[in-house]
Write a protein that binds this ligand. Structure first.
Ligand code: MG
Length: 174
């Protein structure tokens, strides 16, 4: 049976990165979220630049398309992705979305971290997401929450991101 061409497809993405202080005398990892570098005393542990927002959004788009997930496409033991800008993962997911004949409906993202404060950087983060997605700012929503000081996220030892994305068939949206 031929797979049906659906007018809409929905995807969910989730990511968590451990946050650690820089090693003694070593260069610390920069805290990067949605392509924005924050001034913070901890950075994400990860193979690429550890951008949990880009990773979760990439997985939401790939999930909506029924494609392999980010870890399957960009293996975390592949030296090509060591310290790499995670925007290239997101760009690949956007390319696949268009190749499947879909375009973005809307994205809703929730970032959960105790520190640093998201609000001063929210516009820059949304701006980067919009640029990567090639959409209007009204199609991207970003919410910041804390974890009420409990568990690893609440103790500032991790950052967590949830994303849902709705895609629509390009010709029907046009
Ligand atoms: Mg990740």
């Amino acid at each position: 049976m031929t797979a049906p061409v659906l007018p809409f497809r929905i995807g969910h993405g989730y990511d968590l990165h451990r946050l650690e202080p820089p090693p003694p005398r070593g260069r610390g990892r920069r805290f990067v979220l949605a392509g924005v570098t924050f001034d913070h005393d901890r950075g994400p542990v990860g193979h690429s630049d550890g951008d949990a927002a880009y990773h979760a959004l990439t997985d939401a788009l790939l999930g909506a398309l029924g494609e392999p997930d980010i870890g399957q496409l960009f293996a975390d033991d592949d030296p090509r992705w060591d310290g790499e800008d995670s925007g290239i993962f997101l760009a690949e997911a956007v390319r696949r979305m268009h190749a499947h004949g879909y375009r973005l409906g809307n994205v809703d993202m929730t970032v959960i971290c105790e520190r640093p404060k998201l609000s001063p950087h929210k516009n820059s983060m949304v701006g980067n997401l919009v640029r990567h997605l090639g959409c209007d700012p009204s199609q991207v929503n970003l919410k910041g929450k804390t974890h009420e000081k409990v568990d690893a996220v609440g103790e500032g030892r991790a950052v967590e991101v949830h994303v849902v994305a709705l895609l629509s068939r390009a010709e029907e949206a046009g």
